[in-house]
Design a binder for this molecule. Sequence first.
Ligand code: ZN
Length: 443
Amino acid sequence: MPPPADRQLARDIYQQLIEIRSGYTTGATTPVAEAMAARLKNAGFPESDIYVGGAVPAKQNLVVRYRGSGARKPILLLAHTDVVEARREDWSTDPFQLVERDGYFYGRGTSDDKAQAAVWVANLIRYKREGLKPDRDIIVALTADEEGGGPYNGVNWLLKNKRELIDAEFCLNEGGWGEAADGKKIDNAVQLSEKYVVNFRLEVHNKGGHSSVPVADNAIYHLAGALERLSRFGFPLKLNAATRAYFAEMAKIETGPHREDLKRTAQGSTAAMERIARLSPAWNSMLRTTCVATQLEGGHAMNALPQLAAANVNCRVLPDDSADYVRSTLERILADNQVSVRIVGEVVRGPASPPNPALMKTIARVTDTLWPGVPVLPIMLMAATDGLYLRAAGIPTYGVQGFFMDRDDVRAHGRDERMAVASFYEGQTFLYELVKKLATTGE
Ligand SMILES: [Zn+2]
């Protein structure tokens, strides 16, 4: 546990971040950037080392530099400050209040991604107070619009407009966390690669007509039938380097009846993969590209036959699968030539980060000191992060947090998002020790 004053500081920052409404579509990230800039100035960081800026006035980013000797290239510590929308009526607590209850912090962004943002800032202020003399600059970037990306994405914008501010040997980001099950810590995951996102718009157009004279050729029915076929489809199960290592490691950790299937999954047995995929939605997502309908629209009047029916299908694609492959597969499965399928927006597909044995060793050492016996596990993330832009721009990015979360109770993006109070403070210590080692010992 961090010293009480540093715990309090991290908690205060966390609360401030949660209570600023930075919803991806309805909120602003600028108040977050400004509030953190003010705290850093108060803590003695010179104005010249603090940058606030971004694509538009409401979507600013913060970049702060803790100066080291310059012997080695900087490291970048990244967290995004926007959150997925949350409505009061959907939650048991107010999503934009930090509520501490039954050993958990509740609030939108408590896990994704304001815990890491709060800890980066609190730890940087602590290093300053303690007079840490790193041999490289430590850069913290708190950025806009990770959720859904788009034109105001802070990482993309900084890479294009202010690359010198965030250029680094490597970056630590969200995307890896501690996995727990039944209250037991299983592994501390480090994310090396990730699935990428492709959204498809499905559309059916029809001439419509008066609803008193219905015909079989109906836009909504065409779309509904296609989506029903999609709901019963699963992409092929397959492995890559990160997931093979993950399942091999899980087979060593698992003591229950699934141990043999985990082992055989790592060896590529399709039958075992099928059973493992059925056991857990998370394992299913690791083993295949997934596509799911997320939004619907259609019709223009209660008493008219629909002229348009449309859906968004959100696909999380394995790094080895191409967007064209996914599109042609969808067209085959939807099996209705009235349903058009087109890619929405820009597709960003980044490489896996190269293995970094020195970094992995340091992560393993800090992990083992805090949680003896808990292994460090390389993973491919099912979701997408801003690491994608950095990897594509040549800055290897590793997802590591040390916040432990129940693997069967993932609430990021959902209702009553939460973080165990103990996990928050343990993660604070973990990241404090990890960054200190990475910035002072040459490892
Ligand atoms: Zn996130």
